[in-house]
Design a protein around this ligand. Structure first.
Ligand SMILES: Cc1cc2nc3c(=O)[nH]c(=O)nc-3n(C[C@H](O)[C@H](O)[C@H](O)COP(=O)(O)O)c2cc1C
Length: 316
């Protein structure tokens, strides 16, 4: 019953992985996608996306991190996979779900869901390029414009030799619009022999239970839900272990935001600090009414000192 942190470009970077894995509940993380288009990247690029390569491929709290690659060229993906494997990556994940127009126009991400044979070719090439003990996995959506190739694409991933598959239960066309079609994950699970990981719209323990029931999956991947509710993975894992869980109070969440402030200030150019902080406070507003109110107060503010003051002194 694994709980996997979703790859989230511009959100779940090294710092967020550190923060969330320290809170607990996650069994595995996937890096943001690394777009492979025309070169074999030097080690420093892989280490920028995955600093954990320097610490045995694990976060400080010991959670393994696998590296996600995205592209349409099997040979180039295979060469990059071999390179990052040689740097100590604990696994390679392949992105067949990105809906971005620019990415899709350049023959990568979800546009490949129109061509199951190419998906199989890519997975097989990457599988063949890395040592046997390093798992190769893939993440798909239910399709590009519609769901007609959902099962075929999942089969292609399995035939290519993937160890498991994550299914984000929406087509590219559906974007991030609810609902996620967990029943389609069940169809895919029944058609495959490799483990299927359910993904999409798990925001609470109740959603988790429902998603498991509908999809029949043991393993789930959490994205925006973990951003909006940083203890979501912990609550789910405690539930699975039959242990009691007490949610943090708002003042503890305030401390967490201030802790994140410190991390972001140390890591980013000052110009980007307010954006990162506001992004998270906005998402937290989905779970904590205080954070929603706080966001309304700081949304126009760009002065980091003033934002920090607001966070510190905020009382609803
Ligand atoms: C801001 C953002 C960035 C994302 N970046 C990636 C990415 O780099 N690779 C990937 O496979 N999926 C990416 N996704 C998709 C998520 O991993 C996940 O499949 C999707 O958000 C649905 O899960 P959720 O409802 O738990 O968020 C991204 C989603 C968002 C909202």
């Amino acid at each position: 019953m694994s709980i996997i942190m979703a790859p989230m470009e511009g959100v779940f970077d090294y710092h967020f992985r550190e923060l969330l894995t320290q809170i607990g509940g996650f069994d595995l993380c996937v890096t943001e996608f690394i777009r492979v288009s025309n070169t074999i990247f030097p080690a420093k690029v892989f280490k920028r996306y995955c600093p954990e390569l320097s610490t045995g491929g694990r976060t400080t709290s010991g959670v393994p991190v696998i590296v996600q690659l995205m592209g349409g060229n099997p040979e180039l993906l295979a060469d990059n996979a071999a390179k990052v494997a040689s740097l100590g990556a604990l696994g390679i994940d392949l992105n067949f779900g990105c809906p971005a127009k620019l990415v899709n126009r350049r023959d990568a991400g979800s546009s490949l869901l129109q061509y199951p044979e190419r998906i199989q070719e890519i997975v097989a090439a990457v599988r063949a390029s890395v040592p046997e003990q390093i798992p190769v996995t893939a993440k798909i959506r239910l399709g590009y414009q519609d769901k007609s190739l959902a099962i075929e694409n999942a089969h292609a991933v399995q035939q290519g030799g993937a160890a498991s598959i994550v299914v984000h239960a929406r087509t590219k066309k559906e974007g991030y619009r609810p609902p996620a079609h967990w029943d389609w994950i069940a169809r895919i699970r029944k058609a495959l022999t490799i483990p299927v990981v359910a993904n999409g719209d798990i925001w609470s323990l109740e959603d988790y239970k429902k998603c498991k029931e509908v999809s029949g999956c043991q393993d789930v991947m959490l994205g925006r839900g973990a951003m909006a509710y940083p203890e979501l993975a912990l609550e789910i894992s405690k539930y699975n272990q039959g242990e009691a869980f007490t949610a943090r109070s708002w003042s503890e969440i305030q401390d967490l935001i201030l802790h994140y402030f410190q991390i972001v200030e140390a890591a980013f150019d000052p110009r980007y600090v307010h954006g990162r902080i506001k992004q998270w406070i906005k998402h937290l507003g989905r779970t904590y009414p205080e954070s929603h109110e706080l966001f309304l107060q700081i949304r126009e503010e760009r002065d980091v000192v003033k934002i920090k003051e607001r966070v510190t002194n905020f009382l609803l």
